[in-house]
Design a protein around this ligand. Structure first.
Ligand code: G6P
Length: 596
């Protein structure tokens, strides 16, 4: 949710910083893409270019990469405060245009700060919360803190909320200053300069080592080198760690969209999730078994995976757990204590609501298990145990391969609880093989089905048992990228209101695997058909009720979600394409939601 990047060329470097920043912005675009901008410092002057649109559109208009200078900062925006306008795009500057800032996060007390600045005569150019920062920095620069790094520290003392920002000043053309409080910011060390970015993808292949400032620490990237300081201005040593090269590959590899590539990559992703440390899985399994209560917290697709995890824990290990939506966790945490295990599931490890819940649970003494994909993220720092998905970067905004990878981790954990980890791994290996065959055999027919359905505006998804969450996930994918109103629900709930909405030709996707739920779900599909519904059966078992049959492979019953969700992802993908939507850039959606 908003991506920030800065590049500071080292002494002797001839690289144009804005070109590096533009390259980084393209890699960070998954964080938001309604507007973009770059500021570069050169010969004591600051130049800002920004506009509305995707990065390439803004670059075509404003030639962002052509800005000269050894120091540049950039931003790709996902609007929170203020509409999508050129004025609201970052970088934001002070009134003199000599200080510029790019920011990710929310300044919660921006209204009183803005009122205070306005009472001093400051005229704001935008509606954003961010703009208070450059004005405050400017005030500090003229009022006892002439050095940018000191001014930034003094300003942080006045800001409430969670943020990461990078500031430059035309008066200090050899440096930039970054700081973070609750939001991500990482430093990358390249051969000819250093980077600041919201994520390692910002500098991926360009930096060999990286470091992360702690909350409240200030980092100065100067042409002469990089320094970290604590909130009091004392220099701190930072350990550098290698950049994970496996994480830097973000090519579409000939596919028209990242989403399609990532859907088809799922069999391979499943195999990668098997690369787990057995001792770690066993430790976590024991913590879960010992706990008096186990609570999952997650959002979006990760929450749907957690709903499936809950069934797996219950079926395999007879361990009850609950799933609390991360945005509701704070209102539902009264019973969290030191006998609780909280399993925080987050692809990005950055989702603000998840992190808030985790911090609250930690204070109450709970044991935190983080399940993440991104190698360095805030959730890793907050967790007692971390299980990694190991499935590589997921660039498509709508989560796909990370969902099946999360399922794989839950499957392994559930079986680890009953000492049958080896059996789980064999199932998953076999599942990956079958999924590969399935995806390639179904892709063509799903494309045809999407073409037939392209003008539908509503769809219902029904399933039972472990696959009620499969129905929810199928519907979420359809909503996220095709903008079709889609609802997923337990099939048994259909007759408690929703049947009233089924009309002639309305798609009803019935998740009917050949397990204990089959007969009852087919019964619900018959009820929907009687009201005119077009039944799209996703199943390994044929039925007369299906108008369309998406035939999947037979697998052990608890592995059905792994086999059922990918065809639903493909259906949503083809619907988006048929409806002229860009699946990689869904409207009003960001991959990392770092605001509440
Ligand atoms: C956003 C993304 C979804 C994702 C959700 C949770 O809504 O667009 O794809 O499922 O956040 O993200 P997380 O990184 O916590 O799994």
């Amino acid at each position: 949710m908003c991506g920030i990047i800065g590049f500071c060329g080292m002494e002797g470097s001839t690289e144009r910083a804005a070109a590096r920043v533009l390259e980084g912005l393209r890699r960070l675009e998954y964080r938001g893409y309604d507007s973009a901008g770059v500021a570069a410092v050169c010969d004591g002057a600051l130049v800002v270019r920004k506009d509305v649109g995707h990065i390439d559109e803004v670059d075509a208009l404003q030639h962002l990469g052509a800005l000269v200078g050894d120091i540049a900062i950039g931003h790709t925006r996902w609007a929170t405060h203020g509409g999508v306008t050129q004025a609201n795009a970052h970088p934001h500057t002070d009134a003199s245009g000599r200080v510029a800032v790019v920011h990710n996060g929310i300044i919660e007390n921006y209204l009183p700060l803005r009122a205070e600045l306005e009472s001093q005569g400051v005229v704001f150019a935008s509606e954003t919360d961010t703009e208070v920062i450059p004005h405050l920095i400017s005030a500090q620069l003229h009022n006892g803190h002439p050095a940018l790094e000191d001014a930034v520290r003094a300003v942080c003392a006045r800001l409430e909320g969670s943020y990461a920002f990078v500031a430059v000043s035309a008066d200090e053309p050899d440096r930039m200053v970054g700081v973070r409080q609750g939001n991500p910011l990482v430093v990358g060390f390249g051969e000819d300069g250093a980077y600041l970015g919201s994520d390692v993808l910002a500098f991926a292949s360009k930096a060999r080592t990286m470091a992360t400032p702690d909350n409240g620490e200030v980092v100065v990237l100067a042409r002469s080198g990089v320094r970290f300081m604590d909130g009091e201005g004392r220099e701190v040593e930072k350990e550098r760690r290698p950049v994970d090269v496996g994480w830097t590959e973000t090519d579409r590899n000939g596919y028209p969209h990242f989403m399609l590539k990532e859907i088809l990559e799922q069999p391979e992703a499943l195999l990668h999730t098997l690369e787990q440390d057995d001792a770690l899985l066993m430790d976590v399994a024991v913590e879960i078994l010992r706990a008096r209560q186990v609570v999952f917290t997650a959002c979006g697709t990760s929450r749907h995976a957690a709903l499936i995890g809950r069934y797996l824990f219950s079926h395999v290990a007879k361990k009850f757990s609950d799933v609390v939506m991360a945005s509701e966790f704070g209102y539902f945490s009264d019973s969290i204590d030191r006998h609780t295990v909280v399993i925080a599931v987050s692809q990005s490890g950055e989702t603000a609501d998840v992190l808030d819940g985790v911090r609250l649970a930690k204070e109450a003494g709970a044991h935190i298990v983080g399940i993440v994909n991104r190698p360095s993220c805030l959730l890793v720092d907050e967790s007692d145990h971390v299980i990694r998905l190991n499935c590589g970067p997921e660039v498509g905004v709508a989560a796909t391969k990370t969902f099946v990878s999360q399922l794989s981790v839950f499957y392994q954990l559930a079986f680890a609880m009953v000492n049958r980890l080896g059996e789980a791994r064999c199932d998953l290996q076999e599942g990956a093989h079958r999924l590969d065959i399935l995806l390639h055999s179904l892709n063509g027919s799903l494309q045809e089905l999407a073409w037939e359905l392209r003008e539908k505006e509503h769809a219902y998804y029904i399933g039972r048992g472990i696959n009620f969450a499969t129905a929810m996930e199928g519907a979420l994918k359809m909503k996220e990228i095709s903008y079709v109103h889609a609802e997923g629900m337990p099939a048994g709930e259909l007759k408690h209101g929703t049947l009233a909405l089924i009309e002639e030709g309305m798609p009803v996707v019935a998740i009917c695997p050949g397990d204990e739920t089959h007969e009852a779900t087919v019964g619900n599909a018959i009820e929907a058909k009687a009201r005119g519904g077009r039944i799209i059966g996703v199943s390994d078992v044929e039925s007369e009720v299906y108008d369309d049959w998406l035939r999947i492979s037979r697998v052990p019953p608890l592995l059905y979600p792994v086999m059922l969700v990918p065809p639903l992802q493909l259906l949503a993908y083809h619907m988006a394409v048929e409806r002229g939507c860009d699946p990689d850039r869904p409207r009003n959606l960001a991959k990392s939601v770092t605001v509440r």
